[in-house]
Ligand binder design. Structure first.
Ligand SMILES: Nc1nc2c(c(=O)[nH]1)N[C@H]1C(S)=C(S)[C@@H](COP(=O)(O)O)O[C@H]1N2
Ligand SMILES: [Mo]
Length: 197
């Protein structure tokens, strides 16, 4: 027992196995927005998936909220080095949203109300890895954090989780979004420290 307790108490935060390299833990929930917070009434909200053929799949708020939703508990990692462990969300899986979508394109651009964009490979959105989230911590997602709904792609740095998301457009090539054009990595895996390029 002495072995385990001394080993445990000797662990610094950087040895936390849930913390990717170069990250520190925070208990707060910082707000990071590149511009003002857009206010979108759910009556005016819609979400679209546009394929490379020009077909557009469309959900209004009622249609979106009628889709099966999941509770998700996950860690989030911002490229500015904060990580928050065990955050609780509710959202619709991208697998659900893409179930009726026919595409042979491998890349996507997420678009937000307010103009933010971020590119995400389709593989990173499918397979139970990404959601359009509308609740945080059991409450409706606050506007500052992306409400009414935001993309949640927690296995990539948090800039990929587009707040106020309004659609996804399929792309044949991996074109950079807003932060990616400004030097952020095209993919952004925190475990590989893909911060900048
Ligand atoms: N639309 C939009 N989405 C965005 C951003 C933004 O500026 N606009 N910032 C990104 C960045 S850099 C981070 S770290 C997270 C921050 O989310 P939070 O403000 O809920 O912590 O949102 C990401 N999604
Ligand atoms: Mo960020």
């Amino acid at each position: 027992m002495g072995f385990f307790s001394s080993g445990f108490s000797g662990r610094g935060r950087s040895d936390n196995p849930d913390l990717p390299p170069g990250q520190y833990l925070t208990e707060s929930f910082p707000v990071l927005s590149a511009g003002p917070t857009p206010r979108i009434a759910t009556d005016d909200w819609e979400f679209t998936i546009a394929t490379e053929t020009g077909k557009v799949h469309r959900w209004n708020w009622a249609e979106f909220r009628a889709l099966p939703a999941e509770d998700v508990t996950t860690d989030i990692h911002c490229v500015t080095s904060w990580s928050k462990l065990g955050t609780g969300w509710r959202g619709v899986s991208l697998d659900t949203l893409f179930s009726g979508v026919e595409t042979s394109a491998e890349f996507t651009m997420a678009h937000s109300y307010g103009g933010y964009t971020t590119n995400v490979p389709l593989d990173d959105l499918l397979g139970g890895k990404a959601w359009v989230a509308f609740d945080f911590d059991g409450e409706a997602l606050e506007p500052e954090h992306g409400g009414p709904a935001r993309l949640l792609v927690p296995h990539l740095y948090f800039w990929k989780s587009a707040k106020w998301v309004r659609g996804i457009r399929m792309m044949q090539s991996d074109d950079p979004g807003f932060w990616e054009q400004n030097g952020y990595h095209l993919r952004g895996d925190p475990w590989l420290e893909q911060r900048y390029w």
